[in-house]
Design a protein around this ligand. Structure first.
Ligand SMILES: [Zn+2]
Ligand SMILES: [Zn+2]
Length: 235
């Protein structure tokens, strides 16, 4: 037995919860209590993922009833509240890569349960939202790709990390208005030949402008039905 053998150490040492450092079941990033305590997104519009008071007759929010996005369904199982916001920031800016696992597992579970209920079809491939090469060089990794890799492994659907490229360097979206965000990302993506039914994967969706621009680019590249998967929908 060599203590330096990480495979063996992983086998001998109990898994630790990423939030409370308590004991987690093998292969899980969160312990059962922290996992059960994550705030879930209840009553979301199935099309765009925003919180709704309740489902009206059309089944979608008022905005989607008037001007639906290019993607036809969003799966964002968690609410953007504590500690989900902390997990997302920890991955993106704290380089805590193992958090991609916790977030990917939450998304994979949300997807599985919707597929079992018969309200969601499995996509043919996962397309993580790409970063512009300049931002990728600065950050060193793409958080959407880290999450998508995890989901791909969990549900057995291939990930196509290079299917879309960011062809324009866009400003950080956080300080822009809805309309400015839409203009900021319009034409920002170029995609190679797309499968008919891809699912875009991002860490968190805010206004949906970025994933909508990418969905439009995938449709231009041959996709017919585009889904969007994220850990949470903010706002
Ligand atoms: Zn815990
Ligand atoms: Zn909606």
């Amino acid at each position: 037995m060599t203590p330096g053998n990480t495979g063996l150490a992983r086998f001998l040492l109990p898994w630790r919860c990423a939030l409370c450092a308590g004991r987690a079941r093998d292969g899980r990033e969160l312990c059962d209590e922290c996992d059960a305590g994550l705030p879930r997104a209840e009553q979301a519009c199935p099309r765009c993922g925003i919180r709704m008071a309740r489902t009206d007759v059309t089944g979608v929010c008022g905005r989607c009833a008037v001007r639906p996005p290019d993607f036809y369904r969003m799966v964002a199982p968690l609410a953007y509240d504590y500690p989900v916001d902390r997990l997302l920031l920890g991955l993106k800016f704290g380089r805590r890569m193992h958090l991609a696992r916790a977030l990917g597992q939450a998304i994979a579970e949300g997807v599985r349960s919707q597929v079992e209920q018969g309200v969601l079809e499995m996509p043919e491939a996962l397309a993580p939202v790409p970063l512009h090469p300049r931002r990728l060089a600065k950050r060193g990794f793409n958080q959407a790709e880290e999450i998508a890799r995890l989901i791909a492994r969990e549900i057995g659907v291939p990930m196509l990390p290079d299917i879309c490229r960011r062809v324009r360097h866009t400003r950080m979206q956080s300080r822009l208005s809805d309309e400015e965000r839409r203009l900021n990302v319009a034409g920002a993506f170029a995609c190679a030949q797309s499968p008919l039914r891809p699912a875009i994967v991002d860490d968190v969706v805010t206004t949906g402008a970025t994933v909508d621009a990418m969905a439009a680019a995938l449709i231009a590249a041959g996709a017919e039905r585009v889904q969007v998967w994220a850990a949470a929908r903010a706002g």
